[in-house]
Design a protein around this ligand. Structure first.
Ligand code: GUN
Length: 287
């Protein structure tokens, strides 16, 4: 039987609508949540994300700030922009677009963002709070994925979850969130032995490795839920890139019980959660 297709686009629109309603209430009290995005260089995929973030921030009624620096910017230049944003009372959320040019120390730059404004949840304080089960800013892609899973299943207690990928941005925080929701969690990665056998145990599979079509339908337990976080651009003859996920959609959709499409699954949830995190940061800043 064909899998149910999880409509992340529609769900994200609902989240954005709720955020916009709350923003309107805050604005009536004279408070406007603000989100600043720092983009260093002109990576084409980052340009697309940043444009989309700016547009959706404004649509939600928020104040949007964009700080662009050339790819040759020094670390001190980037740090001084972040410090200025840390001190700006109109900015409640700061996002440093990744990847950064290779000469910049990503850890140092991310550690400079005020943890209270760290709407990406990449600061080590927020990672530590999440890992120890405390109130944290949670990275947007895992948060959006969890929202889709909760919407589909309700209580996730006792489910077997396999997260493929151990990045700080998706894999590790995703595993923490699933653990917090009482799943039995395995993190698989490039050195995992017999990955198909590990994936076949899972009621929930989260694929976040960035390898187009790697997970094939015959790896899955029938009826399992597949959350595909991968986004790979494949050039086509028409000149327009085709975007594909980490899962081979056709074969996975035959075996899974539910699956997120790419595009239109997890992707739209990331920005919706970014707006939700900015709203949260603004509410905390204003008591
Ligand atoms: N680059 C790709 N995805 C993301 C994201 O979620 N946050 C940031 N800061 N950079 C990214």
């Amino acid at each position: 039987m064909a899998a149910r297709v999880i409509d992340g686009k529609a769900f994200a629109a609902t989240v954005r609508g709720k955020v916009a309603e709350h923003v309107a209430q805050l604005k009536a009290q004279g408070i406007t949540p603000g989100l600043a995005v720092v983009l260093v260089g002109a990576d084409p995929a980052s340009e697309v994300y940043v444009r989309s973030k700016g547009k959706q921030t404004v649509e939600a009624g928020m104040h949007s700030v964009e700080k662009r620096l050339p790819a040759t910017a020094s670390e001190d230049e980037v740090l001084s922009i972040i410090e200025a944003l840390n001190g700006d009372p109109d900015v409640h959320g700061i996002l440093v677009q990744l990847p950064l040019p290779g000469h910049l120390d990503e850890s140092r730059i991310l550690a400079t963002v005020d943890p209270a404004k760290d709407v990406d949840g990449f600061h080590i304080s927020n990672a530590g709070l999440l890992a120890t089960g405390q109130k944290a800013m949670v990275p947007c892609t895992p948060l959006g994925s969890l929202m889709l899973l909760r919407d589909l299943h309700g209580d996730l207690t006792g489910m077997e979850a396999v997260v493929i990928g151990r990045s700080n941005i998706v894999g590790k925080p995703m595993a923490q969130l699933l653990l917090r929701d009482n799943c039995t969690v395995t993190i698989a990665h490039s050195r995992t032995r017999d990955l198909p056998a590990v994936v076949r145990r899972a009621d929930i599979v989260v694929a976040a490795v960035g390898r187009a079509g790697m997970v094939s339908g015959d790896w899955l337990k029938p009826g399992s839920t597949v959350i595909d976080v991968g986004i790979t651009r494949i050039p086509t003859e028409s000149g327009k890139d085709r975007i594909v996920g980490d899962c081979d959609y056709a074969s996975c959709a035959e075996v899974a019980g539910a699956i997120t499409p790419v595009p239109g699954g997890v992707g739209p949830m990331t920005i919706a959660c970014l707006l939700a995190n900015t709203l949260t940061a603004c509410c905390r800043a204003n008591g």
